[in-house]
Design a binder for this molecule. Structure first.
Ligand code: ATP
Ligand code: MG
Length: 252
């Protein structure tokens, strides 16, 4: 099983310190972990630090995986290359591996991920001609095609229609369970978080303010502190937890 842990991690953009001292308990693979927090709280910055794109002190410990096993899907995935969808997924698979020759297993991996995400019909489409949601589906395919053992996805459902949102979350949940991978998703929709993510990490103002099982973590006090809203979690008539927002509090 794979696990990830942060110990006294710092993250900064040149001299601007965003995280001074971020620590987590061990985040286990095999399930989905949500990363939640308000706009500008530091979700993307934490991902960049874990992915090695930002410098800073402290230690990011990976157990059962190496930094090469990590794939990070940024929030804004610029897709300007003059490639087809199929070529772009091959390129992602070959990232960090020597040579351009594709063996049968690699071709099967590319076909397989396009089929699992129901976008095989887009294989020959130029990236430049995709819709926003289609681009996001291709980014997800690029991220998963090498079957990474650590996956960081920054708002992976933000451009998707309702069907695709739940399709992708279910697929990611199964992926984590099948592979034992650590899969962390930055998400704003807390109903999606409660449905799909067993664990939640909450960040506010460059600090990790809570880490724990989702339903224990997303309590009214935390929601007030994170978002300035008065909200509660109730159980729907079919037994699923649902977030209800009663009121937006005045900004302090
Ligand atoms: N390249 C950068 N250079 C300097 N500061 C940055 C840079 N990128 C982000 N920041 C700052 O870091 C802080 C955290 O930003 P970050 O992008 O991590 O927030 P976030 O939680 O991902 O927000 P959102 O929900 O809006 O995506 C913000 O104050 C932001 O202005
Ligand atoms: Mg962000």
């Amino acid at each position: 099983m794979v696990a990830l842990q942060l110990s006294h991690v710092e993250a900064r953009y040149s001299r601007k310190v965003i995280y001074a001292d971020a620590s987590t308990p061990e985040i286990a693979g095999g399930q989905l972990t949500a990363l939640v927090g308000a706009n500008a709280a530091g979700k993307s910055t934490l991902f960049r630090r874990i992915a090695g794109q930002l410098s800073g002190g402290g230690i990011v410990t990976l157990s059962g995986a190496s930094p090469q096993d990590l794939r990070y899907m940024p929030q804004d995935t610029g897709m300007t290359a003059a490639l087809s969808v199929y070529e772009s997924v091959i390129l992602s698979l070959k990232q960090g591996r020597g040579g351009w020759r594709l063996d049968a297993g690699e071709l099967a991996a590319v076909d397989g991920i396009l089929q699992r995400l129901n976008i095989a019909g887009l294989a020959d489409a130029p990236l430049a001609e995709l819709s926003g949601g289609q681009r996001q589906m291709v980014s997800i395919a690029q991220t998963l095609v090498s079957r990474p053992r650590v996956v960081l996805m920054d708002e992976p459902t933000s451009a998707l229609d309702l069907y695709r949102q739940y399709e992708v979350l279910d697929l990611l949940r199964r992926y984590a369970a099948e592979t034992g991978a650590v899969v962390i998703l930055a998400l704003h929709d807390l109903n999606q978080v409660m449905r799909a993510c067993a664990m939640t990490i909450a960040v506010a103002d460059g600090r990790i303010v809570a880490t724990g099982p989702t339903l224990e973590t997303l309590n009214p006090d935390l929601l007030r502190a994170l978002y300035g809203i008065e909200a509660r979690v109730e159980t729907c008539s079919r037994g699923c937890p649902m977030m209800i927002v009663d009121r937006v509090l005045e900004l302090q």
